[in-house]
Design a protein around this ligand. Structure first.
Ligand code: MRU
Length: 333
């Protein structure tokens, strides 16, 4: 995702992630309503990328002369779980209120800063995470936590990219990630472009691979991490963590500090987005179940801190994962 041009006339460019890998279509966005729709419809997705896009959306709102508070509300209603969205909107609000000057130029400066900081954080996270990847290791990941999901080159995938650059001969097992297939469509696409060897598996195959000792490390991103270390991420992440604990495979979460929500005490309080049933009942144009089937389609689940070996942030690694260690990291200690 990128911003082209000045605050007064520039546009937000998004690669339409719904169409990957079949087609690479870039679309330009000129209004905050369009950006909000792009986030809800998952043209852009992944917690950090949602936050960065929303920040640019606020620039579009400021230059249209519409109220910033209303624009913030429209963006805040798009996806409830990713805390990076609310974190980015708060940063934009502080700039708007700070000096009384909510000019599009000042807001664009802040949006660019949010974007750049995320990209730099990805690099540092990648280096830390790569240190945990042994030469020749097979790493399992769920959903997509790569360049498409962030302002840089990824959180969970950043470590894999760095390990690959270092010549470690890393191999990746990619969970396809039902129901929207972010693993099959997006992670596989990114790994292929980077030349990282990978094997695509259905989500329900991970435990069997672990039982056969084929996986040395599991790494995922997160959409929101509560003060006690419970982490919400794409539905299915929790099963990966349970299986990893059972087979004594380390389970690592990679996330920037903007993904931590110290105001939320535990995972039980994290709002979990529920999405349309059609994501489960249809395969393309085809219905895959009886017409009256009832559907439960939560977009995320919560992995308890007790199942997380470590959380890798741009500031360092948190391990063991608990409230005091998180509070210390957030305070910069
Ligand atoms: O519903 P999505 O595709 O936005 O969910 C994305 C995830 O769950 C990612 O793992 C998470 O946002 C971290 S991305 C660096």
């Amino acid at each position: 995702l990128w911003w082209e041009g000045t605050a007064g006339s520039g546009t937000l460019h998004l690669l339409d992630q719904r169409l990957l890998p079949a087609r690479e279509v870039w679309t330009q966005f000129q209004s905050v309503d369009e950006v909000a729709r792009a986030i809800s419809d998952m043209v852009v997705r992944g917690a950090p990328a949602i936050g960065v896009s929303a920040a640019y959306g606020m620039v579009l709102a400021a230059r249209s002369g519409g109220g910033l508070a209303a624009a913030r509300d429209v963006l805040a209603r798009t996806r409830p779980t990713a805390i990076n969205l609310f974190w980015a909107l708060d940063r934009m609000r502080r700039v708007a209120h700070g000096g009384g000057d909510a000019s599009p130029e000042r807001l664009l400066d802040e949006a660019r800063r949010i974007h750049e900081e995320d990209a730099q954080g990805n690099r540092r996270m990648g280096e830390l995470l790569a240190a945990r990847i042994a030469p020749g290791a097979s790493v399992l990941t769920h959903c997509n936590a790569g360049a498409l999901a962030t302002g840089g080159f990824g959180t969970a995938l950043s470590g894999i990219f760095v390990a690959h650059e270092q010549g470690k001969k890393v191999h990746v097992f990619v969970d396809e990630t039902r129901p929207r297939l972010q693993g099959a469509r997006l992670t596989a696409w990114e790994l292929e472009r980077a030349g990282v060897p990978y094997t695509l598996i259905c989500d329900n195959m991970a435990a069997s691979l672990m039982a056969r000792r084929k996986v040395q490390l599991c790494v995922t991103g997160a959409d929101r991490i509560a003060a006690n270390g419970d982490a919400a991420n794409k539905i299915g992440t929790y099963s990966v963590a349970v299986n990893a604990a059972h087979h004594r495979v380390p389970f690592i979460v990679a996330a920037p500090l903007s993904t931590f929500d110290l105001a939320t005490a535990s995972g039980q309080e994290i709002p979990i987005e529920e999405r349309a049933g059609g994501e489960v009942t249809e395969w393309g144009a085809e219905r895959t179940c009886p017409g009256r089937a009832q559907v439960f389609n939560p977009g995320f689940d919560v992995t308890p801190a007790s199942l997380i070996t470590a959380i890798v942030t741009e500031r360092g690694e948190i391990s063991p994962v608990d409230g005091p260690h998180i509070a210390r990291m957030m305070a910069g200690a």
